[in-house]
Design a protein. Structure first.
Length: 301
């Protein structure tokens, strides 16, 4: 990988990693579903009026928006609000790589390598350790929601593969139209106006910065950068770099929000990262830029 592309990959993984504690900071002031709804509202508007709609069936756009916005980020934000440490959340979401591989085998008859099965078993042991280390039903529920969000992300990968979309940035912008309504309307139906009033009253410079970071850096810039790299290099070159996301996520969570790790959690984190490395890593025979096949690109995220 060329130095400029490696620098872009590291920058993207850093942004995605630090996004978890920055999201936690926003959740200190804003209701989790309100925050998620506002994030995708700003991700869509006003860009949908400036960017042409992607040339795929619009059902794919809507389905991805709901899965990605509600199923993934709605679950992540609620899980963090319920007490899951943001660094732990940044690690668990990487399970989407394994769920994506299993969807590929089930739906597209892709062959899973022995290393992928071994990695999945190792990750399962590490995940069990993280569950054991949680205190209270709320944190356990939160961990379960983060696992659910990883499944949602993998379903989103299936939708992208089935759609055959090439205009990824346009796809993300238009898909962002769909999460705000169910998130905000559902919050109002379940809790009334209270979450909105409290979010408005508690909105300060820090919360506003958290929201803007999630929209313009964690969503727009990072997804453009990552998918640009996926077009240039094989998955075996790009995908292992995603292991830097929980590294950055845990480190910045310790620094920014004072995250403290139980010894069992620390051991489990190492186990999960090792399992992810075993399952994701694959030796590449083409070190230079290339254009991956649709199947290869599907396996990445």
């Amino acid at each position: 990988m060329e130095k400029k592309h490696l620098a872009l990959a590291l920058l993207v993984t850093f942004i995605w990693g630090i996004n978890f504690p920055i999201t936690k900071i926003g959740l200190n002031s804003i209701d989790p579903f309100v925050l998620t709804g506002l994030r995708f509202m700003l991700a869509a508007i006003p860009l949908v009026f400036l960017i042409r709609r992607p040339s795929v069936h619009f059902g794919y756009v809507a389905a991805y928006g709901l899965i990605f916005g509600v199923g993934m980020w709605g679950a992540i934000n609620y899980g963090i609000a319920a007490g899951v440490a943001p660094g732990i959340a940044s690690l668990i979401i990487q399970l989407s790589a394994f769920f994506t591989m299993f969807w590929g085998a089930l739906l597209f008859r892709e062959t899973l390598r022995p290393a992928q099965w071994i990695g999945a078993v190792v990750v399962l042991f590490g995940l069990c350790g993280i569950f054991v280390a949680q205190k209270g039903a709320h944190q356990v529920l939160g961990i379960a929601l983060i696992v659910l969000s990883a499944i949602a992300w993998s379903v989103g990968n299936v939708i992208i593969k089935k759609s055959g979309v090439k205009e990824i940035f346009s796809f993300m912008v238009w898909a962002s139209l769909f999460p705000p309504l169910p998130l905000l309307l559902g919050t109002w139906l379940m809790q009334g106006e209270r979450p909105f009033l409290m979010s408005w009253q508690n909105m300060d410079e820090t919360a506003f910065f958290s929201l803007l970071f999630q929209v313009y850096l964690a969503t727009h810039f990072s997804y453009w950068g990552w998918n640009s790299l996926m077009k240039l290099y094989p998955v075996s070159t790009v995908a292992p770099l995603s292991l830097m996301i929980p590294v950055f996520g845990i480190a910045t969570s310790i620094l920014l929000v004072g995250e403290q790790l139980h010894p069992v959690e620390m051991v489990s984190i190492v186990v999960v990262i090792v399992g992810l490395a075993i399952g994701i890593y694959r030796r590449s025979n083409t070190p230079g830029p290339t254009r991956p096949t649709p199947t290869t690109a599907f396996k990445a995220r």
